[in-house]
Design a binder for this molecule. Structure first.
Ligand code: SF4
Length: 235
């Protein structure tokens, strides 16, 4: 499957994805923590109000969990997200002497992802979002839509976990287009290739999809009877 062809077709159907990050790296990180288990329409206004109350990261850290809770609470899971935000601010300041993530520029992709993943409340997906969106690194954040559609399109094996999927995609052609790939597959998963009832008959990439009734046929089973990459499960 040619990734560029896939992305071109998705872009023709859903429009061009925005070509830049909305936030600088620290804002990307904290807004991403606030967006967990929330919608953008809920978490972004809450993040904006938090930043208006604490435009200086030092002041935010000094305010502590109790001090930021009322601003974080509207995004849901207020106490745990507040703890994660204050804990992350502290660890970053202790690591770099300031509230800046620019030291990540000196690290390799996986080293930077591992460092961010150690922060409280930050998992593989959040770390990848920061590195992909704010630094243009070839790390593809794998959410439920990217995971499902990648499997159906035969880009990763059917049983690959989200963590395994992130590593497989990092080593694939998709990584060269990480931001585009991530945003377009989310659009595709939301609008067409839904979890329960994918609209294969109206799909802009059906011709390329081994899971489509009209798509390219899957590769035959191996002689050991296992499955091969490219043999996606039926939706
Ligand atoms: S053909 Fe169906 S399963 Fe394949 S990507 Fe399109 S909607 Fe998803």
């Amino acid at each position: 499957l040619a990734i560029e062809d896939l992305l071109d077709r998705l872009e023709a159907a859903y429009g061009r994805s925005r070509p830049y990050s909305r936030f600088e790296p620290m804002e990307e990180l904290i807004s991403c923590i606030m967006s967990q288990s929330s919608t953008d329409s809920t978490s972004f206004p809450a993040f904006t109000r938090l930043r208006e109350a604490f435009p200086d990261w030092n002041d935010m850290e000094r305010a502590g969990v109790e001090g930021i809770l009322e601003h974080v609470r509207p995004s849901g899971l207020g106490p745990s997200k507040s703890k994660a935000i204050i804990g992350s601010l502290r660890m970053i300041r202790q690591r770099s002497g300031t509230h800046s993530l620019d030291f990540l520029r000196e690290m390799g992709d996986l080293e930077a992802r591992d460092w961010l993943s150690q922060l409280p409340g930050v998992g593989l997906k959040t770390a990848s979002i920061v590195l992909c969106f704010a630094y243009g690194r070839p790390l593809i954040p794998v959410d439920t839509h990217v995971h499902r559609t990648s499997i159906r399109l035969g880009l990763i094996p059917p049983k690959a976990s989200p963590t395994k999927a992130a590593d497989l995609l990092l080593g694939s052609d998709a990584a060269r287009h990480a931001f585009r790939f991530h945003t377009l597959l989310i659009q595709h998963g939301r609008l067409t290739c839904s979890a329960r009832s994918p609209s294969c008959s109206a799909c802009p990439v059906a011709e390329l999809c081994p899971s489509s009734p009209t798509g390219i046929p899957p590769e035959p089973p191996t002689s050991r009877g296992g499955t091969k990459r490219g043999q996606a499960s039926k939706p």
